[in-house]
Design a protein around this ligand. Structure first.
Ligand code: MG
Length: 166
């Protein structure tokens, strides 16, 4: 078994859709970023790449690459998950915490779990989404942005373990 952790944060910006976990959430602001700025998908992608020993999301999908401008981050998650699968690593479970004061994430958590699971080649029950506020403190407390933490457990096939050892 291998573990991975991913962290991402994005600043709120006007005239952008708010997309989290592949779900467009009605809100008066979106998140700023080169891709669709889906911080939930980004944190999960980084956790998966970390567990699989495949670097990080910035190396795999550079933020100055025009191919990833306004990219669908679920597609990036799917591509990273395919790379992990090629390295014989499969997702066992992901636990994700979304930290923001507003909007409320809870009503969208189930749909986010469905979409993330599909992109991460896993099942709905293997993805957990939790949401909390930052109790009014710091940049999150002032409503300037969102942060997301993702932890994953991945199963590594025996053959992959042997081929990695030096
Ligand atoms: Mg990001």
């Amino acid at each position: 078994m291998r573990v991975g952790i991913g962290y991402d944060s994005h600043r709120f910006a006007p005239d952008r859709p708010l997309i989290l976990g592949g779900v467009e959430i009605p809100y008066d602001q979106g998140l700023d970023g080169w891709s669709d700025a889906d911080a939930v998908a980004h944190a999960l992608t980084d956790a998966i790449l970390g567990a699989a020993g495949l670097g990080d999301i910035g190396q795999m999908f550079p933020s100055d690459d025009p191919r990833f401008h306004n990219a669908d981050s679920l597609e990036l998650l799917r591509r990273a998950s395919m790379k992990a699968a090629e390295a014989r690593c499969s997702l066992v479970h992901a636990d994700i915490t979304v930290i923001c004061e507003r909007p409320k994430i809870g009503p969208y958590a189930d749909e986010m779990r469905e979409r993330l699971a599909q992109a991460a080649l896993a099942g709905y029950s293997n993805i957990s989404i939790k949401a909390k506020t930052n109790e009014g403190m710091g940049f999150i407390g002032r409503g300037e942005g969102i942060a997301v933490i993702a932890v994953v457990l991945m199963d590594e096939a025996e053959t992959a373990r042997k081929s990695r050892s030096r």
